[in-house]
Design a protein around this ligand. Structure first.
Ligand SMILES: C[S@@+](CC[C@H](N)C(=O)[O-])C[C@H]1O[C@@H](n2cnc3c(N)ncnc32)[C@H](O)[C@@H]1O
Length: 280
């Protein structure tokens, strides 16, 4: 923690029972993409997840909890750290928390965090690196699952290409199971990404149903940039042409494709198996 952060005034402690309180409305509003865009913030739910985030260097801007939780010591420690770093503590009742999280059985702890997105120029394709580019991914569950898989396999991060679903939506964050705090995210328009990708020093591997190479036969020259297509249309001709290898995962039955997150998982474990053992 930096000196300036140490000197930040301690956050406030507020008790709120009204469903119409402006802070409740503001935090609840983070369920909408336009409010997340305007504020640059997002919500994450659950004591373990919020604690992990803080331990990984993500300060909580507002910590909301019900006061009467099973794990009081851990919540008290989390609240103390949050306040010391200038975040506010908001103690609410179950009804308010249900309203904020739009769930009948909400988690007892919710944190508000600042979003983090890297520009492409900050990605360095060093030895052993594996980055995943997702073109126009639409489904928050797929995106969250992919972020979680990237974390599990020890890959470096994800690049969102073109118009994609918001990685900071409640659904996407839930599906990451906390990996949103451990996996760097970048975002770029398709043209910028294609130009940047042309300078990638290792393999740029696109996955395509019309590819003739089996993904198990490909050489994944280190560092690897794996490029996945959108759920509906598949990889665009522009990005397919920009990849130096296109591969297909053979399928035995009558399914015409794999789910995007499943295909990404299969590819990542194959790339890791070939290039670097995973020590669990
Ligand atoms: C649901 S699929 C898209 C299906 C789409 N109708 C198409 O024609 O590509 C989403 C993405 O997952 C990847 N994918 C899914 N199944 C695959 C397979 N068997 N081989 C290679 N990539 C696959 C590709 O990147 C694809 O763009």
């Amino acid at each position: 923690m930096g000196e300036r952060e140490l000197r930040r005034p301690a956050g406030r402690v507020l008790r709120i029972t009204s469903l119409t309180n402006p802070i409740v409305k503001e935090v609840r509003g983070l369920a909408l993409a336009k409010n997340r865009r305007a504020s640059g913030r997002f919500l994450a739910e659950g004591l373990k997840l919020v604690t992990d985030a803080v331990d990984s260097g993500w300060p909580v801007r507002t910590l909301i909890h019900t006061g009467t939780v099973a794990d009081e010591d851990r919540v008290a420690a989390l609240a103390a750290t949050t306040r010391a770093r200038g975040g506010d503590i908001v103690i609410v009742n179950q009804a308010v928390l249900a309203k904020i999280t739009r769930r009948d059985n909400p988690q007892t702890v919710v944190g508000v965090f600042d979003q983090r997105l890297l520009p492409l120029k900050e990605i360095s394709p060093t030895g052993g690196a594996v980055w995943v580019a997702l073109e126009r991914v639409r489904d928050p569950g797929n995106l969250g699952t992919i972020i979680r898989t990237i974390d599990a396999v020890g890959a470096n991060g994800v690049i969102l290409v073109g118009e994609t679903v918001d990685p900071f939506s409640i659904e996407a964050v839930r599906a990451t199971m906390g990996s949103i705090f451990h996996v760097p995210l970048a975002r770029a328009p398709a043209e910028d990404f294609a130009a940047w990708m042309s300078r990638w020093p290792g393999a740029t591997v696109g996955t395509h149903l019309a590819a003739t190479s089996d993904y198990r036969q490909a050489a994944y020259r280190d560092p690897v940039l794996l490029v996945m297509g959108p759920e509906q249309a598949g990889l665009s001709p522009t990005l397919a042409a920009a990849c130096n290898t296109l591969v297909k995962i053979p399928m035995a039955g009558r399914a015409d494709s794999l789910n995007l997150a499943v295909a990404t998982g299969v590819m990542l474990f194959e790339i890791r198996r070939k290039n670097l053992a995973i020590d669990g």
